[in-house]
Design a protein around this ligand. Structure first.
Ligand SMILES: NC(=O)C1=CN([C@@H]2O[C@H](COP(=O)(O)OP(=O)(O)OC[C@H]3O[C@@H](n4cnc5c(N)ncnc54)[C@H](OP(=O)(O)O)[C@@H]3O)[C@@H](O)[C@H]2O)C=CC1
Ligand SMILES: O=C1CO[C@H](CO)[C@@H](O)[C@@H]1O
Length: 260
């Protein structure tokens, strides 16, 4: 799975998301993260086709939304996502949120789709350790990925360690704190120190922690710049400095207390 992907939440279906995906693929991104709830899978599919990049070289991710959870409805939702994306398989399909009383049946459907080779990998999103332990108690396959909110204000190192121990790849959503990262003075001084942008510093921190990351932008220059993170390294002391900004602060919903 490529460590860097393009997030497309809030990139509007149609030209906006199609261009973002096309620009990203032209700039060397090989991983696109969408979800049925983003209502832009059609535009994502068009961007993939128009880029001219071989399907086999792109890692495409989508997610089953909460109202579709359950065994049969998940399989239907998966087929509908594939159709909108105009693809015949996904690289990764995720359970978007741990919906109580539903996520085990949803997981069984993902296991079925995996065995049928309709999807190359299966995983979860927004699963805390207790959700993972509960799922693991009956799962045939260990989730391959856990996609979580992750940035300097929300590190959740214990959960990362639990995932690493169980060979679950940790993946960051909202790695740029939905834009708030640009307000932090420490980020401004680190960017100056390394002659890099704030986005590049924080995304590089993700990589050095072994965390897959999917920054969103629909702007060509930002998409390009956000990918320029493979030619420098943060000193270990700076990685630690960013770790220490953790204050358990979420910008998105809490997996233990969401109401949708
Ligand atoms: N599994 C889940 O529950 C969730 C998954 N996600 C996934 O994670 C992805 C990323 O998270 P997201 O919440 O979108 O937030 P991000 O942390 O990626 O921040 C996106 C914001 O930062 C801006 N931005 C991007 N690059 C730059 C830059 N270089 N300089 C200045 N501003 C910049 C974007 O604006 P602009 O577009 O104008 O450049 C946008 O407003 C989502 O798109 C989605 O794919 C997100 C939330 C929940
Ligand atoms: O991926 C996502 C984008 O934002 C949505 C609205 O807050 C979330 O529910 C979802 O997890």
């Amino acid at each position: 799975m490529p460590y860097l992907g393009l997030g497309v939440y809030l990139s509007e279906d149609g030209k906006e998301v199609t261009n973002a995906v096309k620009w990203a693929l032209e700039e060397g991104y090989r991983h696109i993260d969408t979800a049925s709830i983003y209502e832009n899978e059609e535009g994502v599919g068009k961007g993939i086709k128009e880029s001219g990049v071989d399907r086999k070289d792109i890692f495409v991710v989508s997610k089953v939304w909460n109202s579709d959870q359950g065994y049969g409805s998940t399989i239907n939702a998966f087929e509908a996502s594939l159709k909108r994306l105009n693809l015949d398989y996904l690289n990764l399909y995720l359970v978007h949120w741990p919906v109580k009383g539903k996520y085990k049946d949803t997981w069984r459907a993902l296991e079925y789709l995996y065995e049928q080779k309709r999807v190359r990998a299966i995983g979860v999103s927004n699963f805390m350790q207790d959700h993972l332990e509960d799922l693991l108690s009956s799962a045939k396959y260990v989730p391959m990925v856990n996609q979580m909110e992750f940035h300097p204000y929300l590190v959740q190192q214990k959960l990362i360690d639990f995932c690493n121990k169980n060979t679950i790849q940790y993946e960051a959503w909202s790695p740029l704190m939905q834009g708030h990262i640009f307000e932090l003075d420490i980020m401004k001084s680190m960017a100056a120190k390394y002659h890099k942008t704030i986005a590049q510093i924080v995304l590089r921190w993700n990589l050095q922690k072994g965390i897959v990351t999917i920054p969103k932008s629909s702007k060509k220059e930002r998409i390009k710049a956000n990918a320029d993170i493979f030619n420098f390294e943060l000193a270990q002391e700076d990685v630690k400095k960013l770790d220490q900004l953790d204050r358990g602060k979420r910008f998105g919903p809490d997996p233990n207390n969401f109401d949708f």
